[in-house]
Ligand binder design. Structure first.
Ligand code: GTQ
Length: 351
């Protein structure tokens, strides 16, 4: 019993004594631990490409790709500075590779995606098979596969790296190692994986089974054409317009185990109904301009975006999208991970 016998002093004394043997009282933290609704410090934010691009190009004179290993400017959520997080569960960065450079081969347990923002003619090699990369292409480097990047073109290339690093850190399951040479031997003819899995066929007797799609390149031209046909023939979802998910052709499920990836078309003048879901999302604008309206009622903020801009929408933030022109948005989120854990929820408002 504390000297003055008061309840507060009594408790403080009790907490101190249990603290000495590494214990703590639940009742002081219960409602923070078991929150009524998602709590995140992350905020909605747009990185404007006209502000970002000069610094990306300048980074080319600050360090070489070889020395940096990956010459990337991380997109850090303004409320999560110092954490390398764009949103709670996802890392995002913009990588620059100049003509003639090689970003040396390595592998790691985090799964990575590339979405090409600018340029045409660089390549990524995944376990020795090269895919070329052009603006709007979506490329995967699955967990624990050797990958290097190179640029044989005569222009700088910039792409978005989307990686599940915060998820891997949370589970403390990060492993990484460099390949002993700058490049993994080019041991597989270009187009090999596309031939095996990319034509709605697979080799008889094939036993590929991995949590990531065997297809690791999804060219923009094909995905864009699908959206165009869909928008002419299909009802537009009030909250999403036309939103397609990149899939693993062997399962019909998401292309990667931890991250879901999407390409979305908002027709000119389309304004979505208010929406929220628990997934944390990062967008890369391919075509068109418009705005993200994030927050509720008088707290709502209007954040304009245009081609090559990137924006973050944290989970459970009510938002809508408005398109001034036909707009095409790439996005990635942790939706599939949340769904696997039975945690994902959405809410749809009316227009
Ligand atoms: O290209 O492998 O932005 O390992 C961060 C870590 C890119 C990559 C990043 C990486 C990579």
């Amino acid at each position: 019993m504390a000297a003055d016998g008061s309840v507060a002093a009594n408790r403080a004394d009790f907490y101190r004594r249990i603290g000495a043997i590494e214990m703590a009282p639940l009742w002081e933290v219960l409602h923070k631990l078991v929150a009524k609704a998602p709590v995140t410090r992350a905020v909605s934010h747009v990185w404007r490409y006209d502000e970002v691009r000069p610094f990306i190009l300048e980074s080319g004179g600050i360090i070489s790709a070889a020395e940096a290993e990956r010459r990337v400017l991380i997109l850090e959520n303004p409320a999560l500075r110092g954490t390398s997080q764009a949103v709670d569960t996802l890392y995002a960065g913009l990588q620059l590779i100049l003509p003639g450079e090689i970003a040396p081969s390595h592998r790691h347990t985090p799964s990575a995606l590339r979405f090409i923002v600018e340029g045409d003619g660089a390549y990524t090699s995944v376990n020795g098979e090269r895919v070329t990369m052009a603006t709007g292409d979506f490329v995967i480097t699955p967990s624990w596969t050797w990958h290097d990047h190179g640029n044989d073109s005569n222009q700088p290339m910039v792409w978005l790296d989307g990686i599940d690093i915060p998820i891997v850190h949370f589970t403390a399951t990060s492993f990484a190692e460099p390949y002993p040479e700058p490049q993994f031997p080019a041991n597989t003819p270009a187009g090999y994986t596309r031939a095996r899995y990319g034509t709605n066929m697979r080799p008889v007797g094939d036993s590929y089974s991995a949590p990531t799609s065997p297809i690791f390149s999804y060219p923009y031209e094909e995905s864009r054409e699908a959206l165009e046909t869909m928008r002419r023939t299909q009802y537009l979802d009030p909250c999403l317009a036309i939103k397609m998910e990149y899939i693993n052709p062997l399962t019909g499920g998401p292309a990667m185990p931890t991250m879901s990836t999407f390409l979305q078309l908002l027709p000119r003048g389309f304004r979505t109904a208010p929406y929220r879901s628990t997934e944390h999302t990062v967008y890369s604008v391919v075509e068109g301009s418009g705005r993200l309206v994030a927050g509720e009622d008088s707290d709502a903020r209007s954040l304009p975006w245009g081609p090559r801009d990137h924006f973050a929408v944290p989970g459970w933030v009510q938002h809508r999208l408005e398109a001034d022109d036909d707009a095409v948005l790439f996005s990635f989120s942790d939706r599939t991970m949340q769904q696997k854990l039975g945690l994902w929820r959405e809410w749809r408002g009316s227009a």
